[in-house]
Write a protein that binds this ligand. Structure first.
Ligand SMILES: Nc1ncnc2c1ncn2[C@@H]1O[C@H](COP(=O)(O)OP(=O)(O)OP(=O)(O)O)[C@@H](O)[C@H]1O
Ligand SMILES: [Mg+2]
Length: 616
């Protein structure tokens, strides 16, 4: 009975759950491109730092030519060629790595998002109940962005700087060893102090970021509750409430920026010391005849280049920490072990008769409050079973367990003899059409929302299903008919309209097991009455579980089970239950507006029908 669209679901991607391993995992997938960028960046920074060397050679050549009275252009042509080649190299290498980056960046981010999303899809219902959709979407975006940034900062900031430092040291050491030693000490001190300062600043930066997101959170909360603030005329109050959090943000921002300003003082002073120190020392060596004029110029311009590149180092470290922190946050929230997973040997569920057996089921959401203990229920093939019980008695929970949205702590559920824990989740859910208590819709067109029940359905099939669910009428009354958008989660529709869309979806899905969890609760009695006909047609040849508070919805079913605090109190047909004068009979008498329990169900139903007719 299963169609081709319900084949085994591909397993969740395997992803490492530490930030560094996560970054490497994706970098490895693009290693040729990353290696290419690495080599080109090496070329680029080598060319850049060799410029002062080329200038030194040009100057030395010109100086020698002048002092010996020879033709300047012949002497200078080789160093000039070298200088020209360096410039050409700079252009080609930098634009080469730019080109790879244009190709690599978006592809890398797409792959990370795709994998994170695929991983996220496999999380359990419990996971999604405790993590907000918006924040998860945000984390996927942030994690992919920051993973790429970790790579870029390393490749385009740290790596070139390392090349610049080492090549300058080599060049200077060829001129004068002690000059090179001075530079080496400076570099060591500068890098370590920058690192240490960035580490200290990290705490402030984090607190500042937390204050920023707190403010956003408060604004979101306030906007979500805008109805409340309107109803209670609390606009001023909300603004003042926000003011407090804005002030916190300002003070945290100032503290962070002051600290960064302090770092800049250190950097400027260090740069000035290096410049003055190297130039003075070089003059001393030069006057003692230890270097040429060209070498002197080289030493000075190397320092200038170095200082320019090293100036933002603390900031780079700080950004790097932030990116690593973002990846860490994303990875630790999204890449947790999945709670409900298919067994490696999971088979597709084969539904031939639609029998559901619940055996000794134990379940609790939280360890202290069990919902079911040793629950047993046998739903026969093709049976239409009603489930009633007070709010909170566990009806929806039972449905969640049949759909394996949660794992029971004990016992098992069999569908046509197959343990639902041993079959693939996709085929299990493919075999059950469910209309949930509070159906949600995608912010897509009505056509797409109904078609979600069977993606390959033709337009006329979608419309036929909508007609059966009595949704066609109101859809045609909307401005763009089937092309209308329904707002986030379907907020632009009324509760009853949403339920009818969900019903149309289930009609289209036409699965062998049907579950209606308060599927008609938001409908007025008249519309419900109309829909009942379509429902009866839909239920034919299926195993059906109907949950309803309105007992008249259940009266015609094969059997009704009365739930109380996760236990089955009574069961039987409507007539049998009324005759027992127990729980069900009491509920019926209350709902039917004072009918005495002794009244025959037919009579009671007839009375309800009368009521409906008068309502019409
Ligand atoms: N995600 C959850 N986490 C913790 N407890 C939950 C969760 N969902 C439901 N519960 C608790 O489990 C119990 C059974 O809830 P359930 O939703 O199954 O009741 P119900 O019979 O469907 O009620 P209603 O008629 O109001 O829909 C309730 O006490 C409820 O508070
Ligand atoms: Mg419920």
């Amino acid at each position: 009975m299963l169609d081709a669209s319900q084949q085994l679901d591909p397993p969740a991607p395997r992803l490492p759950n530490s930030p560094l391993a996560f970054v490497l995992h994706f970098v490895r997938m693009y290693w040729p491109a990353v290696l290419g960028v690495g080599l080109l960046e090496t070329g680029q920074s080598t060319c850049a730092i060799l410029m002062p060397y080329a200038i030194k050679q040009i100057m030395d050549a010109v100086y020698t030519a002048q002092s010996q009275g020879s033709e300047v252009w012949t002497v200078v042509s080789t160093p000039l060629w070298f200088f020209g080649l360096l410039n050409l190299g700079l252009v080609l290498f930098s634009r080469g790595s730019g080109t790879i980056l244009v190709m690599l960046g978006p592809a890398l981010r797409r792959r990370i998002r795709r994998h994170l999303f695929a991983y996220l899809q496999h999380h359990s219902q419990r996971y999604f109940l405790s993590n907000f959709a918006g924040s998860l979407a945000n984390r996927i975006a942030e994690t992919s962005m920051s993973t790429a940034q970790v790579l870029w900062t390393t490749m385009f900031d740290f790596w070139p700087l390392a090349i610049t430092f080492s090549v300058s040291l080599v060049l200077l050491s060829r001129v004068n060893l002690s000059l090179a030693a001075v530079l080496a000490v400076w570099v060591a001190v500068y890098v370590s102090v920058s690192f240490a300062l960035a580490l200290r600043c990290r705490r402030y930066a984090r607190e500042y970021a937390a204050a920023r997101s707190l403010v956003s959170g408060k604004i979101v909360d306030s906007v979500t509750n805008i109805m409340n603030s309107k109803l209670f005329a609390r606009r001023d109050f909300e603004r003042e409430y926000l003011e407090h959090y804005l002030n916190i943000e300002v003070s945290r921002a100032r503290r962070t920026f002051w600290f960064m300003e302090g770092i800049r003082w250190f950097q400027f002073i260090a740069a000035a010391c290096l410049m003055v120190g190297i130039v003075t020392y070089a003059i001393k060596i030069w006057t003692a005849g230890g270097m040429t004029i060209g070498e002197f110029a080289m030493a000075a311009s190397l320092c200038l280049l170095l200082i320019e590149q090293a100036r933002g180092l603390s900031r780079k470290f700080l950004e790097f920490f932030e990116y690593v922190g973002n990846v860490n946050d994303g990875v630790s929230v999204i890449i947790r072990p999945h709670e409900v997973i298919d067994r490696p040997e999971a088979l597709p569920l084969r539904v031939s008769r639609g029998e559901i057996k619940i055996q000794n089921l134990d379940f609790s959401y939280t360890p202290t409050r069990p919902v079911f203990s040793r629950l047993n229920l046998h739903i026969r093939p093709g049976e239409k079973l009603g489930l009633v019980g007070f709010s909170g008695s566990g009806k929806s929970t039972l449905v969640n367990l049949i759909l394996r949205l949660f794992e029971p702590q004990g016992g098992r559920i069999l569908i046509d003899g197959q343990d639902i824990q041993a079959v693939s989740q996709e085929t299990l859910r493919g075999a059950v059409a469910m209309i949930p208590q509070d159906p949600m819709l995608f912010h897509r067109t009505l056509m797409e929302n109904v078609r979600y029940g069977r993606l390959e359905a033709r337009d006329d099939e979608v419309i036929a299903a909508a007609r059966q669910a009595h949704a066609h009428e109101f859809i045609m009354a909307t401005e763009e008919k089937y092309e209308s958008l329904v707002g986030e989660r379907g907020v632009k529709l009324s509760g009853g309209q949403r339920q009818r869309i969900a019903l149309a979806r289930a009609i289209l899905k036409d699965a062998p097991i049907l579950i209606l969890d308060e599927a008609t609760s938001s409908l007025d009695s008249v519309t419900e009455h109309y829909i009942q006909e379509s429902l009866t047609a839909l239920m034919r040849d299926k195993t059906v579980l109907v949950i309803a508070h309105r007992l008249s919805t259940l009266a015609h079913l094969d059997r009704i089970v009365v739930f109380h605090a996760g236990e089955i109190r009574e069961q039987g047909t409507h007539a049998e239950l009324l005759a027992r004068e127990g729980h069900y009979a009491r509920m019926w008498s209350m709902q039917a507006g004072g009918f005495l329990p002794e009244v025959a169900p037919e009579a009671a139903l007839a009375a309800v029908d009368d009521e409906l007719e008068t309502a019409e």
